[in-house]
Design a binder for this molecule. Structure first.
Ligand code: CU
Length: 123
């Protein structure tokens, strides 16, 4: 009898755990899908930093860098495959995310300024 009770308790806990797992994975899937490709992301360059310095993007999204500092900056891929060019104060430049785009970048004038994008999703 004790064994039977224990087993029922185990089963119900298992059912609850599975239900929670299914619900949370559905929720995550929904929120991922809710964000369509083609979004615009804004990266601020201020106080010699890219903000944010890590950004999740999808192929087809647009990234816009705006320089708020007095001195000029760039956002330049580590492998030089893309480059915003020199951005003076309050200037901005945009790039469209392409598949296989080099994720890490820096400022040509201040190589200690570093940041990266992370390309997520398949479409
Ligand atoms: Cu710079």
């Amino acid at each position: 009898m004790t064994a039977g009770f224990t087993r029922r308790a185990f089963l119900s806990k298992t059912v609850v755990a599975i239900a929670v797992t299914v619900l949370s994975s559905r929720f995550l899937t929904y929120t991922e899908d809710a964000r369509a490709a083609g979004d615009t992301h804004v990266i601020d360059i201020k106080a010699f930093k890219f903000v944010p310095d890590t950004l999740k993007v999808r192929v087809g999204d647009t990234i816009t860098w705006t320089n708020h500092d007095i001195v000029p900056h760039t956002a330049t891929a580590d492998d030089k495959s893309w480059d915003t060019g020199t951005l003076k104060r309050n200037e901005r430049a945009s790039l469209t995310v392409t598949a296989g785009m080099a994720p890490r970048y820096y400022c040509r004038f201040h190589p200690q300024m570093r940041a990266q994008i992370e390309i997520v999703g398949g479409d």
